[in-house]
Design a protein around this ligand. Structure first.
Ligand code: ADP
Ligand code: MG
Length: 269
């Protein structure tokens, strides 16, 4: 399989859901890996103080290294913090350190506090990037708002579990607020069903419900629950390199392909 189409203009996709543990980071890392393995140049911006995306990509994020924190709060140029991901030629990461937790508060008093990530991304010209995937923290605070202002697309991972849709309407309201007040071009382009357990009826009921509600916005690909997916980060790898033949790896590759080939549909809200 050869290269996938290069988007006519750079796509910035914010991966958001204020619920923790729904697969935001896993999705950011594995979609980015999949796209990069097909010749697209991809940057993952880690906006979660936990730094899980940085860890999964084997990118240093000790407390004392310059990270997204310095970019947002101290105007450090993005190119000063970006690291190439080891053994992944087209993949880059802007790491988060735990200090980023303080940024939620410190940003409040700064000029253009909602647009600081956007400005940093616009000023970045060291590498011609096709995709920027932003991994959000599990909250709707200023970090997530910065991610929504910097992007045209929001990707919402939804875990196929009880209470899956809890919080999603609040998330959609926030996307709408950002669209109206701060970023007219923002839209929910993609919903991805994650951690699907084919053995349970609940999972298929949740998937049906999400599809009937959001229609075309939902990718056809569903990510299965797979031990390989959860093991990969501890080896500092995406599941696509850790175990390319596993069900989780193949699903994330399919999801990345769908995103690369489909035009971004508008949310059915
Ligand atoms: P979030 O970033 O939304 O908090 P994560 O991506 O960190 O969620 O996922 C939460 C946990 O679930 C992690 O331990 C991750 O390894 C695991 N996980 C994510 N996706 C899958 C999957 N498809 N199969 C099995 N485990 C998964
Ligand atoms: Mg996360």
């Amino acid at each position: 399989e050869g290269d996938w189409p290069r988007p006519s203009k750079q796509r910035v996709i914010t991966i958001a859901n204020q619920k923790g543990g729904v697969g935001k980071t896993t999705t950011a890392v594995n979609l980015a890996a999949g796209l990069s393995m097909h010749g697209l140049r991809v940057l993952v911006v880690d906006l979660d103080p936990q730094g899980n995306a940085s860890t999964a990509l084997s990118v240093e994020h000790r407390g004392d290294i310059p990270s997204v924190y310095q970019v947002l709060v101290e105007d450090l140029p993005l190119k000063e913090i970006i690291s190439p991901v080891p053994d992944m030629p087209n993949l880059y990461c802007a790491p988060a350190t735990i200090g980023l937790a303080g940024a939620e508060i410190e940003l409040v008093s700064l000029v253009a506090r909602e647009a600081r990530l956007k400005r940093a991304l616009e000023a970045f010209d060291a590498i011609e990037l096709d995709y920027i995937l932003i991994d959000c923290p599990p909250s709707l605070g200023l970090l997530t708002v910065n991610a929504m202002v910097a992007a045209e697309e929001v990707l919402i991972p939804i875990q196929c579990e009880y209470y899956a849709l809890e919080g999603v309407s609040q998330l959609l309201q926030n996307v709408e607020l950002v669209r109206v007040h701060l970023n007219q071009v923002l839209r929910v382009s993609t919903i991805l069903l994650t951690m699907y357990d084919g053995r349970t009826r609940l999972a298929s009921q949740v998937a049906d419900e999400v599809r009937s509600h959001f229609g075309e916005t939902v990718l056809s690909t569903v990510i299965p629950r797979s031990v390989r997916v959860s093991e990969a980060p501890s080896y500092g790898q995406s599941v696509l390199t850790y175990d390319a033949g596993s069900s989780g790896a193949m699903a994330y590759m399919d999801a990345a392909r769908e995103i690369a080939f489909r035009g971004a549909a508008v949310a059915g809200s």
